[in-house]
Design a protein around this ligand. Structure first.
Ligand SMILES: [Zn+2]
Length: 66
């Protein structure tokens, strides 16, 4: 059986094998690009940072809890 694991490079969507030295990226370049996205805030962080004493808190209370 084949046991080669692979996924797509998060940056360019190219197939990357687990044996690749830059896994899960296809290249050092794509790794650097991805790190740069994180550093620049390109990815949306889902962690709520609302201050409980702001209107945002009242707004969230009126919504169905998760
Ligand atoms: Zn790539």
């Amino acid at each position: 059986m084949k046991k080669v694991r692979s996924l797509r490079c998060p940056t360019c969507r190219k197939i990357v094998l687990a044996s690749d030295p830059e896994y899960p990226f296809c290249s050092e370049r794509c790794r650097a690009i991805d790190l740069g996205k994180w550093a620049s805030g390109a990815y949306v962080i889902s962690t709520p940072l609302n201050d409980p004493e702001t209107d945002d808190f009242n707004y969230s209370r009126s919504r169905k809890p998760e």
